[in-house]
Design a protein around this ligand. Structure first.
Ligand code: AMP
Length: 372
């Protein structure tokens, strides 16, 4: 779950794709069960919004049926307008047929009423209405709706076929409007020894952000022999990752220490896909999000040498032994590197060449930070 930007507005998840598939499945089964045996209905989808629902619905219906679409538009921007546009429609003979209208969402009912009037005089056997979503607070018509998937509050929603100025139809879940995020949150990413800590220290000053290094927090706890430190020590000494639950709770506590921050540089977190998901959900609760993952790209061969060099002065138990260092790379390659795809899929992955002088790399990173 995470916040998405569509055109100029921000949206957060309201109904998950899993819940939607359950609803669609149950609607399709109810409709099928209520039809006389052998009846081949003609489903009529109301475009544009219903195309996703209609295609999932008829596959769940899983029995002989026909499907056709009509087009009427009643939305402009985020408020429902009363002037419904023209129908582009059905030409075939409908007499004696069972017509089942498929709607993605019914709010005032104006569109639906118009459609209903059109089909009423066509000598059909029966007319039924199925809607995935229904806004009971704004529905103003007498017309009975036979099947309702889920009631929703009178809020603007997008996703699963529904759009905001044409964007968002492809989203698998349904989202509602939320306030504009205030923070700049950046995941500074890269393999062990890539220079994340060095760069984060410079960038946090420049952009007035809070730098959270989960490695530093662990080391602080180990040094002070806290409960968390004792727990984490064995993992860290071996170059293994600390278990997700421990790390995620610690990260949340660190973020909550500075609720009024301009934003955070996350260094060393997330390191697994489940950490990345937990971070998205945690920030979405605060109406915030990750603006981007900025990755320092450096080859492993260069890095092992760098870390051994660092180990001479860093005092880090995991920086000296080559076997432990190799294990950290193994952890990185098997669990962490996949996060590139995770952020890439959201369009928020930015790779930066991490080889060169410190200030040159800071410049390269700043170019990305500036546009996030
Ligand atoms: P770092 O200073 O980022 O290289 O982290 C040092 C060690 O701390 C890692 O090798 C892990 O054992 C542990 N650690 C730091 N961050 C995480 C994380 N996000 N998840 C699991 N373990 C972590």
């Amino acid at each position: 779950m995470m916040i998405k930007k569509l055109n100029d507005l921000y949206f957060k998840e309201l109904i998950s794709s899993e819940e939607i598939s359950q609803i669609v499945k149950s609607l399709a089964h109810q409709v099928k069960n209520d039809l006389p045996k052998g009846e081949v209905p003609l489903f009529i989808g109301i475009l544009n919004g219903c195309f996703v629902f209609a295609s999932d619905f008829i596959r769940e219906f899983n029995s002989d049926c026909e499907i056709s679409f009509v087009k009427l538009a009643s939305y402009e921007g985020t408020t429902s307008s009363e002037n419904v546009k023209k129908l582009i429609g059905i030409n075939q003979d409908l007499s004696g047929r069972t017509i089942i209208i498929l709607e993605d969402i019914i709010d005032t009912g104006t569109t639906l009423q118009e459609i209903y009037e059109i089909f009423r005089n066509k000598n059909i056997k029966e007319l039924k209405i199925v809607t995935l979503f229904f806004k009971p607070d704004v529905y103003r018509k007498e017309l009975h709706i036979n099947y309702i998937g889920k009631n929703v509050a009178d809020k603007f929603i997008v996703g699963y076929g529904l759009d905001y100025n044409e964007l968002g139809r492809n989203l698998p879940a349904v989202y509602q409007l939320t306030t504009q995020p205030k923070m700049k949150n950046i995941v500074l990413f890269g393999p062990p020894g890539a220079g994340k800590g060095t760069q984060a220290t410079l960038l946090k000053e420049k952009y007035d952000l809070i730098h959270i290094s989960t490695g530093d927090v662990f080391r602080f706890n180990i040094k002070n022999e806290t409960e968390l430190g004792v727990l984490a020590k064995t993992y860290i000494d071996a170059g293994d990752l600390v278990p997700d639950e421990v790390t995620i709770n610690m990260l949340k506590a660190e973020v909550n220490k500075t609720p009024n921050a301009n934003g955070f540089i996350f260094d060393g977190f997330p390191r697994t896909e489940s950490q990345a998901k937990a971070l998205d959900a945690f920030l979405a609760e605060k109406n915030e999000r990750i603006n981007g993952m900025v990755a320092l790209e450096v080859s492993e061969d260069l890095l092992v040498g760098r870390i051994i060099e660092r180990g001479k002065t860093s005092g880090r138990s995991d920086d000296t032994d080559e076997e432990k260092i190799r294990n950290r790379f193994n952890e990185y390659n098997t669990k962490t590197a996949v996060l590139k795809d995770y952020y890439d899929a959201q369009g928020t992955y930015y790779g930066v060449n991490g080889v060169g002088a410190i200030e040159d790399i800071t410049d390269r990173l700043s170019k990305v930070f500036d546009k996030l």
